[in-house]
Design a protein around this ligand. Structure first.
Ligand code: SF4
Length: 355
């Protein structure tokens, strides 16, 4: 099959499209028309953009593609709460996105890298190592495929978006912020920055940089320990950006952007679930004005770590409640299809091969 060499237009904000051939002399309203067709109406070909001149449509079709990433596999959890999509990339690699059905609105969890360099001990993706960054097109494709699927199923409403899939979003800063701009902006998907959460291991310089962006989203810090020794053991990145420094960056982010910030804390039996941890975590949350999400670790193949039992998790939450602003104990979803937190991992095999 002949390779499609056309430029992928999905991923470009209308303000940036002016840098592209054919579009450089088009007025702003025209670029916004094109963006509305792509991002709002889900156009998959230029021929349907009937408010554009026919000659422009023809030239755009010749030079640009509106293709999304192909879905190689579409898995649903037994309880129907979770859907995991495996996408094929042009270089034979693959990524995953997860759609979680929740009572008030769906949440879509997207990947930002193939694999990850940070090697957190509780995370399956970390075992893959980093293969490469995703492009804005590849990030947006995940969202658009889920959005279009929801529309087809008759659920056109809003959804929340979390950058918590494979990879560290702030290590792929340019593509992730380009994607957020299109996702949140009225000339893009119009999701709104309050519905978008970026989860990070705590890259302090990038947290500060993100705080200066006009479209700064909500931010979640994957903390997981209240002492540097434990955190460095679980998350080697802590040796570079220790707890005190990351919490300072998070507090600054909250103050500068006014956006909600969250501490994510994976509960691990005998490692980070002691009453002293609950006390320290409460103090961190108060000092940084953060909410806290507790998540019981999902046991998975090849990992010796074990999640705290239900009684320990409730006791931990109970110990925090009088002292921390808001604490939730999150129910894990999609464990049967390896779609729960920390379970996303593509095993090395040719893409497109079915189970
Ligand atoms: S938790 Fe996030 S940063 Fe850590 S290894 Fe997994 S994907 Fe990478």
């Amino acid at each position: 099959m002949q390779e499609d060499t056309r430029i992928r237009l999905i991923g470009w904000h209308p303000d940036q499209m002016r840098a592209l051939p054919v579009l450089e002399d088009e007025p702003n309203f025209r670029l916004r028309q094109i963006a509305a067709w792509i991002y709002r109406r889900g156009a998959t070909e230029f021929a349907v953009m009937t408010d554009l001149p026919a000659a422009l449509r023809k030239e755009l079709s010749r030079r640009y593609s509106l293709d999304l990433l192909p879905v190689a596999r579409d898995l649903r959890s037994c309880d129907g709460s979770t859907r995991k999509l495996l996408f094929s990339l042009v270089d034979g690699l693959a990524i995953e996105a997860v759609q979680m059905h929740e009572p008030r609105r769906d949440t879509v969890c997207v990947s930002t890298q193939v694999g990850c360099a940070y090697r957190c001990r509780f995370c399956a993706t970390g075992r893959m190592g980093l293969k490469r960054n995703l492009t804005a097109h590849e990030i947006l494709s995940q969202v658009l495929v889920v959005r279009d699927g929801r529309r087809a199923a008759g659920s056109p409403g809003h959804f929340n978006l979390v950058f918590m899939g494979m990879g560290e979003p702030l290590a792929n800063y340019e593509a992730v912020t380009a994607a957020i701009r299109v996702l949140g902006d009225d000339y893009g998907l119009g999701i709104g920055r309050r519905r978008i959460t970026v989860s990070t291991v705590g890259l302090a310089p990038q947290i500060r940089r993100l705080a200066g962006e006009p479209f700064a989203p909500r931010l979640a810090l994957s903390l997981n320990a209240t002492r540097d020794q434990t955190r460095s053991h679980l998350m080697p990145v802590n040796r570079r950006y220790p707890i005190r420094e990351v919490l300072a960056a998070l507090a600054e982010y909250r103050a500068r952007t006014g956006q909600r910030t969250t501490l994510e804390y994976v509960l691990l039996a005998g490692i980070n679930d002691a009453p002293e941890d609950a006390r320290r975590l409460s103090r961190f949350a108060r000092d940084c004005d953060c909410t806290v999400n507790l998540i019981v670790f999902n046991d998975h193949r090849g990992n010796a770590l074990r999640g705290s039992g239900p009684a320990s998790a409730e006791a931990f939450r109970g110990a925090m409640l009088p002292h921390a602003p808001t604490v939730t104990l999150r129910q894990s979803k999609g464990q049967d299809i390896q779609a729960a937190c920390g379970q996303l991992c593509i095993e090395a095999r040719p893409t497109g091969s079915e189970e």
